[in-house]
Design a protein around this ligand. Structure first.
Ligand code: CA
Ligand code: CA
Ligand code: CA
Length: 395
């Protein structure tokens, strides 16, 4: 676990060379700080290097990255510049450590050490391809509107080593939030049905990925959504407003996803709870709640006790997913201008920013069982697709 080190502040006594004046003994004291990124940060894409300087004139400062000349930027009047980290990607898209150094007349002013990440686009259809979820074998399930009416989706299986995704057929037309069973043989999802009165209602289903045989787990007029299988395979958690407010519920199933008992409420709360996600060991459930008035991440033990708030900032935080160790949670933070992924450490409460795309919406992350990859959906390439990035094993 890397710690944010104190910002490097370099105070350099610059002689007359900087101002063009002859030296009178009143040397200019130039102070330069790199405000962002910070030492130890992860960065990706086009990254703005934000500088604070007390220079009063614009001067050419050389940018060196990993001891190679990168560019010369006019600093002083303009204090920020951009670097394109894609120049440093290897063919595998593995993380690369970057030392970014500012040099003036062969003198190092300041430097920062960061790790560049390289998200890889995994789907290229013009359809909406969203809501990826890893199975334990490092393959992804997601939903796609490919070839369908707007707001209709089918489930696809994506093996990152294979370029084409294969469709998983079920007995339902609409599919939401596909999630694999621990064995990988079945999928849980939510789907609309039409009741006897002609009203549509959202229900939880499971299906056999090979045969398409489908079971219905819920049957009521309320909204039942976003099911996830417990790691031991015995239960499926979902959220439902059947009892007034959105709450976390769970239902026992057999190994084929067939419901064994009626659903029970996991947590009693007047707030809006949803997106319950089991830790890999099954001992904890992370979820979203607007209990404080803002959508934040919360956690309980799997028995529904020990309710704990995890995020406290002014932004909407959602779509949590566990690291296999249970020590970290990746989630998306929605600000007024962006939606990017962040990692929360449950060890010390620190957060680390994972994606930095200014325009695109990055959301719905999922962590591979080996801890090495995070997949998410993003519209950064023009429409929503599945993206995947390798991350350092040391967070
Ligand atoms: Ca329902
Ligand atoms: Ca509630
Ligand atoms: Ca797409």
């Amino acid at each position: 676990m890397s710690q944010l080190k104190p910002m490097i502040i370099v105070i350099l006594m610059l002689t007359s060379a900087l101002t063009g004046c002859t030296s009178t003994g009143n040397e200019n004291i130039v102070q330069i700080e790199i405000n962002s990124p910070l030492e130890g940060d992860w960065i990706e894409g086009q990254v703005q290097i934000s500088i604070t300087t007390k220079m009063t004139v614009s001067e050419g400062i050389e940018i060196w990255i990993n001891d190679n000349y990168y560019s010369t930027e006019e600093l002083g009047i303009v204090t920020d510049f951009d670097i394109d980290t894609s120049h440093f990607s290897d063919e595998n898209g593995s993380p690369v450590d970057l030392n970014i150094e500012l040099i003036y007349q062969n003198v190092s002013l300041t430097e920062v050490n960061v790790t560049a990440l390289f998200p890889q686009q995994m789907t290229f259809w013009s359809s909406e391809d969203i809501q990826p979820e890893f199975n334990l074998d490092g393959e992804l399930l997601f939903k796609s509107s490919k070839g369908l009416e707007p707001r209709m989706y089918e489930i696809y299986h994506l093996n990152p080593g294979v370029t084409t995704s294969t469709k998983i057929s079920t007995e339902q037309e609409y599919h939401g939030y596909p999630g694999p069973s621990p064995s990988g043989t079945h999928v849980v999802f939510n789907s609309w049905v039409i009741d006897e009165a002609g009203n549509t209602q959202m229900e939880i289903f499971t299906a056999n990925i090979s045969t398409g045989e489908t079971y219905r787990l819920t049957d009521n007029p309320s909204f039942d959504d976003s099911g996830r299988w417990s790691p031991d395979g015995s239960e499926i958690i979902f959220y439902s407003n059947r009892d007034g407010t959105m709450d976390l519920w769970k239902i026992s199933v057999n190994e084929s996803g067939y419901p064994l008992e009626t659903a029970v409420k996991v947590l009693e709360s007047d707030a809006r709870e949803h997106c319950g996600r089991w830790s890999f060991d099954g001992h904890y459930i992370v979820y979203e709640s607007d209990k404080t008035g803002i959508n934040h991440l919360w956690m309980i033990t799997s028995d529904g006790l020990n309710e704990t708030q995890l995020t406290f900032d002014e932004n909407q935080n959602g779509y949590p997913a566990w690291h296999p160790s249970g020590d970290y949670i990746v989630y998306n933070k929605q600000t007024s201008t962006s939606s990017n992924l962040h990692i929360l450490s449950l060890l010390d409460g620190e957060t680390k920013r994972l994606t930095m795309h200014q325009m695109g919406v990055d959301a719905h992350p999922t962590w591979s069982a080996d801890g090495k990859y995070i997949a998410f959906h993003s519209d950064r390439a023009g429409n929503f697709d599945i993206w995947m990035m390798e991350i350092p094993l040391t967070i």
